[in-house]
Write a protein that binds this ligand. Structure first.
Ligand SMILES: Cc1ncc(COP(=O)(O)O)c(C=O)c1O
Length: 414
């Protein structure tokens, strides 16, 4: 398989037509990660006696229809967290049973939309169950619990288990939850938990602590549910020294616990996972241009057109993204800070990176930008969200146009 860099170099002239910066997704890598997850699904299902394993791609990571269609083609399912995601999922031909609506703090209007679409909903507080029950008594629901332990995540802001998390119903409140479910004769078909985003092999123990705790809570408090949803969090290496998640080992570890659970709790017929980041992350690169180079107070700064509005992860989570230059200049490598073009001190992509000093106009690449990249992009300080490109069969396929001043002004009521 040719590397993404070779493909970018082969197609540079064409890519330049779409402005800068641009998100570029390598279809070969995307397909490979989808295959890995499909294999994980099969391996785990084989280990479990008769229970189904469903993977719902968590489209919050990247909801471009090109990604959704690749997921659909592979036979995996999808989740939606907003009306737009639901609409995109439907337009990419996922049928109702393949979509799960996972939400928190939504309006009654949004509940009506989900209900009218005949999509299973996962609610995440007693208050939301009450609202749903008033509107739609006698219907199927899933509920998200907060197991209290086993939180995982690359940053505190994405850990979703424990007292600091806004999500789910904690064990102490389950009795109250069951009363509300009974009051509206709701049919609780499944329990959901999501422990946080991004664990690798070194944190699998932590993740499994959360899984075990969730399963214990289900056994102790809920009768006859048929679905257990264990959420997402499957990580990818962002740094060169990190190893990819061992999915075969994880399937084994999970199956040991899940089989023990099924013995005591035979009504469960399906285990769901909502995997986001793992699928598109490593396929994506954001390619920008160097606009300025300076050395101030002994520190080299490479000023680029990749601002925090295009890729917010470094400034929001302090996340590490590998940065490389497409053209290697014949200068010696020095420690540099790489930053964007937004008027904020936090608009920094990476610090202390060894790079050759580029020239203005050189192309710069920020790697592993396929998940929570474009999907978190904004128009902050009036900058356009970039075009998205799929590199397919070594050719450039435009999958989202770059915004223009006109399109950004379109919704303004003057
Ligand atoms: C409820 C829920 N499910 C699934 C995911 C996907 O997580 P990840 O991208 O880490 O797989 C998230 C993201 O944090 C989430 O909030």
């Amino acid at each position: 398989m040719e590397s993404t860099i070779v493909k970018i170099n082969n197609n540079l002239k064409e890519l330049n037509k779409y402005g800068s910066p641009i998100y570029i997704y390598d279809n070969d890598i995307l397909k490979n990660r989808i295959d890995n997850i499909s294999k994980f699904r099969e391996e785990l299902e084989k280990e479990l006696d008769g229970s189904k394993v469903s993977i719902h791609y968590s489209s919050k990571a990247n909801n471009n229809p090109a990604i959704l269609k690749a997921v659909k083609e592979s036979g995996l399912y999808v989740d939606a967290m907003s009306p737009l995601e639901l609409d995109l999922d439907k337009k990419c031909n996922f049928n109702n049973e393949e979509i799960l609506y996972v939400c928190n703090n939504i309006s009654k209007e949004e509940m009506k939309l989900v209900h009218d679409s005949n999509i299973l909903i996962c609610l995440d507080s007693i208050s939301q169950v009450e609202s749903w029950g008033e509107l739609f008594p006698n219907t199927d629901i899933m509920v998200r619990i907060n197991p209290g332990t086993g939180g995982v995540g690359h940053n505190k802001k994405v850990v979703t288990s424990g007292v600091e998390s806004k999500f789910g119903v904690c064990e102490d409140n389950i009795e109250e939850l069951l009363k509300v479910i009974k009051k509206y004769r709701l049919n609780l078909v499944g329990i959901h938990q999501h422990l946080g985003s991004l664990f690798l092999d070194d944190k699998v123990n932590n993740y499994m602590d959360g899984v075990k705790e969730g399963l214990r809570i289900i056994k102790e408090h809920f009768d006859g549910i048929s679905i257990v949803d264990l959420g997402g969090g499957f990580g990818v290496p962002y740094k060169k020294e990190e190893e990819p998640l061992n999915l075969t080992k994880l399937a084994k570890t999970l199956s040991n616990e899940l089989n023990k659970f099924i013995k005591d709790y035979p009504s469960v017929k399906e285990f769901k996972f909502e995997i986001g980041r793992y699928i598109p992350c490593e396929a994506g690169i954001i390619m920008g241009e160097v606009n300025a180079i300076k050395c101030e107070n002994g520190v080299y700064w490479i000023g680029t057109d990749i601002g925090m509005n295009e890729l917010v992860r470094p400034s929001m989570y302090n996340s590490y993204h590998e940065v490389t230059l497409l053209d290697k200049r014949n200068t010696k490598e020095v420690k540099t800070n790489i930053c964007g073009n937004i008027c904020e001190s936090g608009d920094v992509i990476g610090r202390d990176r060894l790079l050759t000093i580029p020239k203005v106009g050189d192309k710069i690449l920020v790697h592993n930008a396929g998940a929570y990249g474009f999907s978190m992009a904004s128009n902050y300080t009036g900058r356009a969200r970039p075009a998205e490109i799929l590199l397919f069969d070594n050719k450039v396929k435009l999958i989202r146009k770059r915004e223009t001043i006109e399109s950004m002004e379109d919704d303004i009521v003057w």
